[in-house]
Ligand binder design. Sequence first.
Ligand code: SF4
Length: 401
Amino acid sequence: MTIPDAAPNPFRQFNPAQAPAPGEPPVFTFLLVKLASRCNINCTYCYWFRDAEVYKKPAVLTFDAEKAFCEKLEEHIKEFGLDYFMIVFHGGEPLLFPKRRFAELQERLIEIEERTGCMIERGVCTNGILIDEEWTALFIKYEISVSVSIDGPADINDQYRVDFKGRGTHADVLLGIEKLRAAGLEPGIISVCNPATDPARILAYIVDELGVTRFDILPPDATHEDNPPPIADYFIRLFDAWYDTYAARGVRISTLDAMIQGLMGDAAFSDTIGLGPVETVTLMSDGTLEPLDVLRIVGDASTKTDVSVMNDGLQGVQKDFRWRAAYEASLNLCQTCRDCEYMDACGGGQLAQRWSAERKFDNPSVYCDSWKRILGHIWARISPTLVVEYGGNSPAPAPQG
Ligand code: SF4
């Protein structure tokens, strides 16, 4: 089988070709910008509001923080001679940010591009509910890619993705997707799996009903303190449904791509799984810089730093012990993972999923048993189809696993 280039993933954090040498601090080329620290809905599994610190932040990015951020971004690009930078606008719900200010921010970023020659790629991750014709016009004018979160058909999506009165949001999300398409925009789709549901139904819904062929399905955020249900059966059935039916139709699921690439010996790194450093830096609405935002799941103030674009450059967050702890933990796997035959493909799983109160990040993923079953199953299915071209007439080496 042949796996061509991975499905586009606007939230990919690590480009192996740009990996720093060991011990060398990474130069940031990716930033999560929290345009809003509040949300218009109340998904029950959301990691963001598990950390009460978020309520101490301004509801939307302040004027002062925005101004300082643009200045520091330009200095950063010039200092390191960057020709590419990626920003993902995030929340809470980023579309709670005023449209006029959103347009002004894009104009500032374009001016930075013109002054520096650096391409600043931009995307937004939204629940889709606030999308209207004015937002779609802004996305088109400023060439902003859009990812929408939806977990499947209404009965599945609305189990967890609810508003503040507990009502399902599915119908409103669909309206948002329709408005994007009416404007000629094709959104990316991000789903969180519910292991109790049928993944074949999710695939049929996303591909056959929504008409989306490139998307991602993520395991629920959880740490060792949460004791989440296993995800092995779900992802094994997801893989089988994709492999047997949808792969030939050009359907690509980023998490499956990453696992296959890792099993085949390529660098595998996605938001879900894979081996590589976590270099994400997050701009909060008050201008502070924090580590990977999903680490909030660990607990109160778990990502809080005193580093701010008001005083520091973007690289300044690297002096904060929390950012360093996350970065170094992503490079230093626990002994169990280092001894694991799936280390290259799994990489210990997503960083937050390695957390326990007792051993911090020094654990395998809370989904370790599941990842082993899933990766073993995928390898058993794809390995008979592999043709290994090996130099000369020598026999091919034995496969992994
Ligand atoms: S499968 Fe488990 S032990 Fe192996 S790398 Fe992943 S988390 Fe670590």
